[in-house]
Ligand binder design. Structure first.
Ligand SMILES: Nc1nc2c(ncn2[C@@H]2O[C@H](COP(=O)(O)OP(=O)(O)OP(=O)(O)O)[C@@H](O)[C@H]2O)c(=O)[nH]1
Ligand SMILES: [Zn+2]
Length: 367
């Protein structure tokens, strides 16, 4: 019997993951299990200090902090694996400094994190919380956590298909400055995501490769004209050039901070103000170079009956993601913005460390 046929008698993997994500964001532990072991996991980013202390008491001080391999590498160059650092006697403030503080010292003691502990970071990422997890093996003592959400680790993988399940909620005309009548199509679905939007400008011919831009939200750049990045320019220039090409579709994805969330992005900005580049700043917080996923974009294109695109981007990962999902990327159009004193280093890092196709000298010469 499928989950639909079983009606309200069982919760699907996606529902159970959504519940776990909500509890984690609320600052409560989640019990992750693999059939034989139970791990109580708490996100340092959302827990109140008093609850952190309560957790330490409940597990008899046998709790550890997960440092992702990215964070571990920042503290101990060469430590290219997820680590578990014993937390007995370590306060909430000390744990936070160790988990994501700048200039923190390497821990005195650590072990390689086991698979279940590493998996807890995936829950944190879904919850848009820093992947700094406080974990304890509570096998046999689960009754201390009777009121907490329980999640079998297989459900985290099982919920993956939900990332592609979207439906169109509404399609409405919106007149846009300089672009004329456009249509906003709202999509709902996915895993732990908000609604996504496609903006259709002009009248794209769906029988030919459709001009498409996949744009990740940037509240600072898109909305407020931040000079620290090129997002606002790329949003407006992308829409204008698609309109000039006869029409196109901009997918506006809820992926603030390369998928880490606005809280992490602002923390990373703080570290960038202290001299780190965009990638090292994210690594200090435990993140990889880019946490964005593109199942939503693929599902949205399919629902719009778009199979072949001309992609407006400088980012090779977006091209690869569409192609591997069977969307034809027939060609690419660069999308650029103004190079400013404040964003030049950011653009250079995108080019040098994330492989973006950007000719910064040519952009400067053209200004
Ligand atoms: N973590 C982090 N995210 C950032 C920073 N600056 C911008 N962003 C995010 O980076 C993403 C940029 O999105 P896009 O412009 O769609 O993507 P792109 O990778 O530049 O690719 P193209 O614009 O298509 O060439 C958005 O999610 C921004 O919120 C930063 O310093 N740190
Ligand atoms: Zn931006």
């Amino acid at each position: 019997m499928s989950f639909v046929e079983q009606g309200f008698q069982v919760a699907s993997p996606a529902v159970q993951v959504e519940r776990a994500v909500a509890e984690l964001r609320y600052g409560r532990p989640v019990l992750l299990s693999d059939g034989s072991r139970s791990l109580a996991a708490l996100a340092l980013d959302s827990v109140a200090p008093a609850v952190y202390d309560q957790f330490a008491d409940a597990v008899g001080d046998r709790h550890s902090l997960l440092l992702t391999s990215h964070r571990a590498m920042r503290l101990m160059p060469g430590a290219a694996q997820d680590l578990a650092v014993p937390l007995a006697g370590i306060s909430f403030a000390q744990a936070s400094q160790l988990a994501y503080g700048l200039g923190a010292s390497a821990p005195d003691e650590w072990h390689t994190a086991d698979r279940l502990m590493s998996m807890s970071a995936e829950l944190a990422r879904l919850a848009l919380l820093l992947p700094a997890m406080v974990c304890a093996d509570v096998t046999g003592a689960e009754h201390h956590f009777a009121a907490c959400c329980k999640l079998d680790h297989s459900l985290l993988e099982g919920a993956g298909t939900a990332r592609q399940n979207f439906e169109i909620v509404v399609r409405t005309r919106v007149p846009l400055r300089d672009l004329g009548d456009s249509h906003f199509v709202v999509f709902r679905g996915g895993l732990a995501q908000k609604d996504q939007i496609a903006i259709v400008v002009g009248n794209p011919d769906l029988a030919r490769p459709v001009p498409v831009r996949i744009h990740s939200s940037c509240v600072t750049g898109d909305l407020c004209g931040s000079l620290k990045c090129d997002c606002g320019d790329q949003l407006r220039n992308g829409l204008a050039s698609m309109k000039a090409a006869g029409g196109g579709v901009l997918l506006y994805l809820d992926q603030e901070g390369r998928g880490t969330g606005v809280g992490a992005k602002m923390r990373a900005y703080g570290y960038q103000h202290r001299g780190l580049d965009t990638i090292d700043a994210d690594a200090e917080l435990g993140y990889d170079v880019d946490h964005r996923r593109y199942e939503a974009a693929v599902a949205m294109l399919r629902l719009l009956h778009i199979e072949k695109v001309v992609l407006f981007t400088n980012n090779p990962t977006k091209i690869a993601a569409l192609r591997s999902a069977g969307i034809g990327v027939e060609s690419r159009v660069p999308v650029t913005g103004e190079v400013t004193v404040q964003n030049a280093a950011y653009l250079q890092t995108k080019k040098d460390r994330a492989g973006h196709m950007l000719d910064i000298e040519a952009l400067l010469a053209a200004e």
